[in-house]
Ligand binder design. Structure first.
Ligand code: SAM
Ligand code: SF4
Length: 374
């Protein structure tokens, strides 16, 4: 079982908080980039021998691409790799791109899951975030996607935004639940370096929300969605009726995947690789002197770290058999585990170690306590 991720490095504009890899001035090389993505898929077809379980168009903004451009990429994937009959094909879509015409086209070419980036229902916030949509567009986008037959629909929301009140956050969650979306990804705002947001905070133009409020909003998120029957299956991810993101689940289970496009990551079970985060170096790969990807082969210690970093984020936790296959805990690590259990951050069952809701708040910091250094 394996997956392919395709990174579309274009955006119509720059959101103030975002540090993902994208360009807003791609007009002059749009076609060249698409040819380059197609070429990389073909060049790497030998790397995956098992049928694809999932394909994910992420970005950037893949919903900027037209039907023809998406079809070419999809056909190249189908021609290059085997695909499972129930393959999950997700595309990230910005609400302003979710028109009836586009949704019909996406469905007709085989996209069967949309992840719509709503972020917020507060227009003032969407404005300072420099988003291209408003609260009304958000509602329309869900309505169109559902009406035209998307029965596996996910939305992205961001909480912990400057000035966001707990009641407002709860009302956003109520809205998406009323519309019966099947999957919700809710992220706490991260203030990334080199973003306009970070700069505005430094200048005192924006005041970040206190951490205490962010924790309260995480608690509201977990308790409200639980009451609405969503399963909290990963720190930031909630699903109705078992409709997990198959693609992201395979990342957390450390299955093989190929990442196509600038900045995309790949994993073949032993080696991690990441493509250059520069559109022009990526497109001229092999021609210039620049190397266009880097890689790292995992050793026993880095594999151990990955097992905790990925496993502890999910409701399935870290499997005891995986810990044993890497040699088991040394005595110092046993002490850390005992301390985490005593603090009620970690729960132990017959097969695994799983974080409690309280522990999930500190998932990455807890994993780091168990990291090994080679
Ligand atoms: C890379 S974006 C791509 C999706 C699409 N372009 C969009 O903006 O809707 C994926 C998701 O990451 C989340 N995200 C991006 N930057 C973030 C930040 N600084 N803090 C929290 N969440 C963030 C947003 O919820 C976003 O929908
Ligand atoms: S949040 Fe999405 S649309 Fe905004 S800049 Fe980042 S990738 Fe582009």
């Amino acid at each position: 079982m394996s997956s392919v991720y395709i990174h579309v490095p274009f955006c119509a504009k720059r959101c103030t908080y975002c540090d993902f890899h994208f360009s807003t001035s791609f007009k002059g090389y749009r076609e060249e980039m698409l040819r380059s993505l197609k070429q990389e898929i073909i060049e790497r077809k030998e790397e995956i021998k098992t049928p694809l379980k999932s394909l994910y168009f992420g970005g950037g903004t893949p919903s900027i691409l037209n039907e023809k451009e998406l079809s070419v990429l999809l056909e190249t994937v189908y021609d290059s790799f085997g695909v499972e009959p129930q393959v999950e094909i997700t595309m990230e879509a910005n609400p302003e791109n979710v028109s009836e015409e586009n949704v019909k086209n996406w469905k007709s070419i085989g996209i069967n899951r949309l992840s719509i980036g709503l972020q917020s229902f507060k227009n003032d916030d969407l404005r300072w975030m420099n988003r291209g949509h408003n609260s009304e567009t958000n509602i329309e986008s869900i309505d169109i996607a559902k009406r035209l037959g998307f029965d596996n629909l996910s939305v992205d929301l961001i909480y912990g935004l400057p000035g966001l009140k707990n009641e407002e956050w709860l009302s956003f969650l109520q809205k998406v639940c009323e519309m019966e979306v099947h999957h919700i990804s809710a992220y706490c705002l991260t203030i990334e370096d080199k973003t306009k947001l970070k700069n505005d905070i430094k200048k005192g133009k924006i005041v970040p929300l206190p951490e205490k409020k962010q924790v309260e909003q995480f608690e509201i998120l977990c308790s409200f969605l639980k009451k609405q029957n969503y399963e909290h299956y990963e720190v930031s991810n909630f699903a109705l009726n078992g409709l997990y993101s198959q693609h992201n689940k395979s990342y957390w289970e450390r299955k093989k995947y190929i990442g196509i496009g600038p900045s995309a990551h790949s994993f073949n079970g032993k080696t991690r690789r990441w493509n250059v985060s520069n559109n022009h170096i990526y497109m001229s790969r092999g021609k210039g002197n620049h190397s266009w990807f880097s890689e790292e082969t995992l050793n026993k210690d880095t594999m151990w770290n990955e097992v905790f970093l990925t496993g502890l984020r999910t409701k399935w936790g870290v499997m005891k058999k995986d810990i044993l296959s890497l040699g088991g805990f040394v005595s110092k690590e046993k002490d850390v585990i005992k301390e985490l259990i005593d603090q009620q951050h970690l729960l132990e069952n017959e097969k695994s170690y799983v974080l409690s809701q309280q522990g999930l708040l500190f998932a990455d910091a807890i994993s780091e306590k168990l990291f090994r250094v080679s």
